[in-house]
Structures are given as structure tokens and as C-alpha cells.
Design a binder for this molecule. Structure first.
Ligand code: ATP
Length: 241
């Protein structure tokens, strides 16, 4: 089943075209890795999918529904890990998740149970009552991942989820994402870490200057361009080689 379909999506900031007529789709339980140099248009694309950016033209369908027709756009089926953590530093870890869950209309009893389960899932159960300011960067990213999963989304969108994290924190996040994928959750992820993409992505979308340069499986693209690794492939498709 198709979880996400992006059709002829474009974004202009004033006269500048950041995303130009791109189309792709993601199936149930599939992970799509979006690669591109700084400024290629990855975040702009993701933000249009999760309704943080106004779409200039084109359509986004989540589980077959055009998001422009949804009253509460995209909220119901999406989990979002944006580049910025956007955690409330005046609240504890537990309170942050509860406040977020309330926004989704999850009943308090159920919300508390989910929060406890998710904090265990991201290995932060013992930090539940700590203030956000007492956490390391890696711990905060794990709280953001737990927060993204509170509404039990069918698709998670992650914009550079592990940037700056140590390998332990990265591994925790990667393994959790792999587990979710096995459970049928669809994932769209951007990253500058090729090993992250190699570990998680079933399919790649390489974008450059707002257009799709190519897409396919890692092995399919390596074969097509006769490159031996992802870095070489990436450099070739983004005109740096
Ligand atoms: N709010 C904005 N107003 C004007 N231009 C913007 C805005 N946001 C992004 N841009 C421009 O749009 C282009 C695409 O930016 P975007 O953030 O989507 O790139 P990206 O591929 O996510 O880059 P990075 O890897 O650095 O996160 C860039 O040229 C950027 O300067």
C-alpha cells in the first residue's frame, strides 16, 4: 500500500525556486532516503509534506488523502523529527511528551502508558523526571523521536535525526527505526551520513538544486553508475565529480 505520494511538488521563496516539480512515493514499511548537498531542497520538501511550509504547486497524498483537504493537516498519520528539537525547556521529559500527546487528543491514561513505553523504547525511562536542560544533545534527539511516535504514526519523517550525535546514540535511533520499519511504519529520512542511509534506506532519492537527479535502490544505482560506494555515487550525481 502507498503511504505517501508526492505529485509535481514545487516551492518558491519569492522568485527563487527551491523545489521544482518533484514526484515520488513511499510504500508501507519502506524507508526512502533523501540525499542532497546543503541547500538542495530536502528540508523544504519535507516541510511541505508535514505542512510546515505552504505548497506553491503540486499535491501531497498521505494514505491516499490529499493533505490540502484535511482539516487537521497531516497530523494524524505522521510522526515528525524536524531539524530543530523544539522541546519545552521549562518542562520535564515526561511532561514534554504528555503536553504533545494532549495536542493530539490522546486520553490521559492512554497517553501516560504510551509515554512510559516510548521512554523505555528510546532508553530514557530513568530520565522521565529530568528537565530537558539536563539532557545531552543525543538524549534530546531520542526524546524527539519518542515524541514523534506518541500518535502511533503510520509514517515518520526525519530531517537529519542524528546530526552531531555520538555513535551510541545514533545506533539507538537507527535500531529503533529499523524495528519500526519491520512493524510496517514508512520512513522518509534525510541525512548527510551515508552509513545511516545505507543502514536504513530501501530506496534513495537524490536531489540537487530542487530537482530529482535519480532514484532507485542503493545496489541498483551503484550498478547503474558503476560506482563502488555511496559517497562516490552521491558526488557523481550532485555534480561534484
Ligand atoms: N524560508 C526561506 N526563505 C527563503 N529561502 C529559503 C528558505 N528556506 C530555505 N530557503 C532556500 O531554499 C533552498 C533549499 O533549502 P533547504 O533548507 O530545503 O535545503 P536542504 O537540502 O534541506 O539543505 P541542508 O542539507 O543544508 O539542510 C536553499 O537555497 C535555501 O537558502
Amino acid at each position: 500500500m502507498e503511504t505517501l505520494r508526492v505529485a509535481s511538488l514545487s516551492k518558491k521563496y519569492g522568485d527563487y525556486s527551491a523545489v521544482k516539480d518533484i514526484s515520488f512515493s513511499v510504500s508501507e514499511g519502506e524507508c526512502l532516503g533523501i540525499l542532497g548537498v546543503n541547500g538542495a531542497g530536502k528540508t523544504t520538501t519535507l516541510k511541505m509534506i508535514y505542512s510546515a511550509n505552504k505548497i506553491t504547486s503540486g499535491d501531497v497524498y498521505i494514505l491516499g488523502k490529499n493533505i490540502s483537504t484535511l482539516a487537521d493537516r497531516g497530523k494524524t498519520n505522521l510522526g515528525i523529527v524536524a531539524q530543530e528539537d523544539m522541546l519545552d525547556t521549562t518542562l520535564t521529559v515526561f511532561e514534554n511528551l504528555i503536553a504533545h500527546g494532549i495536542c493530539y487528543g490522546i486520553k490521559l491514561g492512554e497517553l501516560k502508558a504510551r509515554t512510559q513505553k516510548l521512554l523505555k523504547f528510546v532508553q530514557l525511562a530513568e530520565y522521565a523526571n529530568k528537565m530537558i536542560s539536563e539532557l545531552s544533545g543525543g538524549m534530546k534527539r531520542r526524546v524527539v523521536l519518542a515524541r514523534a511516535l506518541l500518535n502511533e504514526p503510520e509514517m515518520i519523517i526525519l530531517d537529519e535525526p542524528t546530526v552531531g550525535l555520538d555513535i551510541q546514540s545514533r545506533n539507538i535511533i537507527w535500531n529503533k527505526l529499523k524495528m519500526l520499519k519491520k512493524q510496517g511504519v514508512s520512513i522518509v529520512i534525510t541525512s548527510h551520513y551515508m552509513n545511516e542511509i545505507e543502514f536504513l534506506a530501501d530506496r534513495l532519492l537524490i536531489i540537487d538544486s530542487g530537482v530529482i537527479k535519480d532514484e532507485g535502490t542503493i545496489t541498483g544505482l551503484l550498478d547503474k553508475y558503476q560506482e563502488k560506494d555511496m559517497e562516490e555515487l552521491f558526488l557523481r550525481l550532485t555534480n561534484n565529480k
